[in-house]
Design a protein around this ligand. Structure first.
Ligand code: 5AD
Ligand code: SF4
Length: 454
């Protein structure tokens, strides 16, 4: 794919870059693209801020805490920029796609050279060049018109697992969520481009791909009828060499029964369903604009378990959405008991300026939110542990992904099951990148310990 791009200007020879990323996998993947551009320009990657000629912070806006961390980091960079004025400091991603935030950074942190949002990643080489040549802050957060830009370079972390974008943006406008405002409307990549990218990855030796989108289930709705997420999975399932296909994130409203069947019939699509429920009360789900009721969610879970009994189901919960009463929260705890999730990511509701929920009445105190999240975590942990305990003695397929630690008695390897559970076990380093069978000997709440079956 690289060959079709314009030859990059080699302005970074003998220079180094560092990119740090906050937030989700989409952001991590965007950083791989930025790193790919920088590498094409001749820059080499470093882990040391002190020796970086270009330092990029890729930001997240999903919760207030993520933004606070970035402001702290920007403040601390002032001294470094004074010592090394030739260094370029860039900030990008969801946080600065909010115009007010970008303007605040431009004003209050003049040592930042480059501010750019999520829409114009493909323009990064030009913007960097401009920042190097001008003495003013370069700001580019304006939405771009036109389709998806293909053939961007990517500097991927390992040769084993890769992220592949399938859609950008989101049309859902869940009442709490900033994403549609900072990532724009949903746009799908053409199926042939996704297939070509995954084929290329498999040919390079990649074993696993994770398809990325804010709502992967609505893949293709902006293309034509024949392009659905189910068709995409069927096509990718045939790619030789590839062993596992994952995807995130799903929307329970758009997850069709047909899709469950396609996953059951596929060889490579993993039996892991991450289905963010967010809340257990129908009143709160409606206020959140989620578009489904708890009954629909339970039906979907039942169908998944009927067709794929070994499937793992995980979720996201937001605790303390405006107007959430103790009774509503009891409905969330009730869903935890009814569904018996393998694991749940739990978040305190964080008001985001510009979203519908931020101005809703009956905002909860932090104290109340925290009390509820502790109770939720306790309840979920108990279930996660009970589910994992049942795996004792079972043999599971594990993709060996890395080294957990090296002990005098041997190397402890780490990998994941198809159901996305982390498994640690003793084994030789040569097994890295291989699929092995591991018998579970010691289940824990968030991971499993086991031994290789010869
Ligand atoms: N406050 C708290 N959590 C949020 N999420 C999204 N927006 C907010 C917010 N304003 C959570 C949702 C989503 C996950 C990625 O982040 O649970 O699924
Ligand atoms: Fe946000 Fe809802 Fe879109 Fe997910 S589906 S990115 S929670 S608006």
């Amino acid at each position: 794919m690289k060959k079709e791009r314009k030859e990059a200007r080699k302005i970074g020879v003998d220079k180094r870059f560092l990119a740090v990323t906050y937030g989700c996998q989409m952001n991590e993947h965007d950083s791989e693209i930025l790193s790919g551009f920088l590498e094409d320009m001749g820059y080499t990657q470093t882990n040391e801020l002190q020796e970086a000629d270009v330092f990029i912070i890729n930001t997240c806006a999903i919760r207030q805490k993520a933004e606070e961390k970035v402001y702290g980091r920007l403040g601390a960079l002032k001294k470094l920029k004074k010592e090394r004025p030739e260094m370029i400091i860039g900030i990008c991603g969801c946080m600065v796609q909010q115009r007010k935030v970008a303007e605040k950074i431009e004003k209050r942190y003049p040592h930042v050279d480059l501010i750019f949002g999520t829409h114009n990643l493909h323009k990064f080489p030009e913007l960097l060049q401009e920042a190097l040549e001008s003495r003013k802050t370069v700001l580019d957060i304006w939405p771009r018109r036109g389709g998806v830009v293909e053939d961007l370079p990517k500097l991927r972390k390992d040769g084993l697992k890769a992220w592949v974008s399938i859609t950008y943006g989101c049309n859902n406008f869940c009442a709490y969520c900033i994403v549609p405002y900072v990532r724009g409307r949903e746009q799908s990549r053409k199926m042939e481009n996704i297939i070509a990218e995954v084929e290329g990855l498999a040919a390079e030796g990649y074993k696993e791909v994770t398809l990325l989108g804010q709502n992967v289930n609505s893949y293709g709705k902006d293309l034509s009828e024949k392009f659905t997420f189910a068709r995409l999975l069927e096509n990718l399932d045939n790619i030789e060499g590839l062993k596992r296909i994952r995807y995130m994130t799903s929307h329970p409203r758009d997850f069709t029964w047909e899709l469950v069947e396609v996953i059951r019939n596929s060889l490579k699509v993993c039996e892991h369903f991450h289905l963010p429920l967010q809340a257990g009360s129908n009143k709160i789900l409606e206020k959140m604009n989620r578009g489904y009721a708890r009954e629909h969610y339970l039906e979907l879970v039942n169908y998944i378990r009927e067709l794929i009994p070994q499937a793992s189901i995980t979720t996201d919960f937001i605790v303390g959405f405006p107007g959430e009463t103790e009774k509503d929260f009891a409905d969330t705890l009730d869903m935890v008991e009814k569904v018996r999730f393998n694991a749940a990511f739990t978040f305190l509701y964080s008001p985001r300026k510009g979203t519908a929920a931020a101005t809703m009445p009956e905002q909860l105190t932090e104290e109340k939110k925290k009390d509820r999240i502790y109770r939720l975590i306790e309840s979920q942990n108990k279930i996660s542990r009970e589910i994992n305990d049942k795996l004792k003695g079972e043999g599971l397929e594990v993709l060996v992904e890395g080294i957990s630690r090296e002990e005098p008695a041997g190397v402890v390897l780490t990998g994941r099951t198809r159901t996305n559970k982390i498994v640690n076990f003793k084994g030789k380093k040569e097994l890295l990148g291989k699929l092995v069978q591991v018998r579970i000997t010691e289940p824990k709440t968030w991971s499993l310990y086991g031994e290789i079956i010869d």
